[in-house]
Design a protein around this ligand. Structure first.
Ligand code: FES
Ligand code: FE2
Length: 331
């Protein structure tokens, strides 16, 4: 019976797409030995030392509309809206008059109108009520919020972003996790779990180069069933709240998957993942026009992975917070 069961099916691999040049494998040790917890901790610490310039992801650009939206960041409620001028705004959710929730209001011009007494607010400050600086990169809306207190960091003019392709099909998913941003980043600095923890998505994974700055992998990604596309990709964390996968060889070279971790409150993090898929294949332009069809497919795949990776990040957080001893068997 086992011969015909799912474990057998997951071992079948038929590679499609471009053939990659032969490459030196970093190590032939089993994955559980390559996934060295001390290396992962050091790489995570190095990522945590990088500034995010005070910027956090608020949501997908397409989700910030003229319908005001409440977002929680760092223990405080904010309201995000898109003005009739097309700009995205983010400001404290409490009305400075008597505290009504502005997310219940409506947009008029660039301003948000309070639902209780009709005060029009923004984009100019009103007393202590001050809109945050925002940046809409066309895929994600960012706000610069965390520039005070113990988590203060030197503000930058714009969010720190890894290079993106010039043309792409974009898909964005968001998911909440009971952990801190560092647990989300640490999950991606352990690529060795891929084949074992996500066998539905990865058929084969080999590390080619490993450093605290970047991890380069050769991955056989399942398109459907045993059909796989093999690509080379790098993982690096440009800031303490983001980690980016870039395809550097094979089909889709230049495509990126950005994972951003926005702190909601103590022990709660919003994971926002933007996939910017590109290709130099002639059919790409057709695919671009078919973006509306491709997007749900990409988002379904990303969500499936993140349901599992959120569980991983939450487990890491739980272990950290309860000081549970992990036996390091790789020594
Ligand atoms: S509470 Fe907003 S205008 Fe009065
Ligand atoms: Fe994962």
């Amino acid at each position: 019976m086992r011969f015909w069961g799912p474990p057998c099916i997951t071992r079948l691999v038929f590679r499609i797409g471009r053939k990659l040049k032969p490459a030196q494998i970093h190590s032939t040790l089993p994955d559980w030995q390559q996934a060295n917890p001390r290396f992962i901790e050091r790489a995570t610490e190095a990522a945590m030392a990088r500034t995010a310039g005070g910027w956090v992801v608020i949501g997908a650009s397409r989700d910030i509309t003229s319908r005001p939206k409440k977002v929680a960041v760092d223990g405080r409620d904010w309201v995000a809206w898109r003005g009739e001028d097309g700009s995205a705004y983010v400001a404290p959710n409490d009305c400075p008059h008597m505290g009504a929730e502005l997310c219940e209001g409506r947009v008029n011009g660039a301003a948000i109108v309070c639902p209780w007494h009709g005060l029009a607010l923004g984009p100019e400050p009103r007393g202590a009520w001050k809109p945050a600086r925002t940046f809409d990169d066309g895929v994600l809306v960012w706000a610069r919020l965390r520039t005070e207190g113990p988590l203060a960091e030197e503000p930058t003019d714009r969010p720190i972003l890894a290079p993106r392709p010039s043309r792409f099909v974009a898909a964005v998913i968001a998911m909440e996790a009971r952990c801190e941003p560092e647990d989300v980043v640490a999950n991606r600095l352990d690529p060795w779990h891929g084949v074992h923890y996500h066998p539905h998505s990865f058929a084969k994974l080999s590390a080619l180069e490993v450093s605290e700055e970047a991890i380069t992998l050769r991955v056989a990604y399942r398109v459907t069933g045993p059909l796989c596309v093999e690509v080379d990709c790098t993982f690096r964390a440009p800031t303490r709240r983001s980690i980016v996968m870039t395809i550097v060889g094979g089909d889709g070279t230049g495509s990126v998957v950005e994972t951003h971790a926005t702190p909601i409150a103590d022990g709660r993090t919003l994971v926002t993942e933007a996939t910017l898929a590109t290709s130099d294949r002639p059919g790409f332009f057709v695919a671009r026009r078919a973006g509306r069809l491709l997007r749900p497919f990409i988002e379904r795949r990303a969500s499936r992975l993140w349901v599992e990776d959120v569980a991983y990040a939450e487990r890491r957080y739980e272990l950290r917070k309860t000081d549970r001893v992990r036996l390091d068997v790789t020594k």
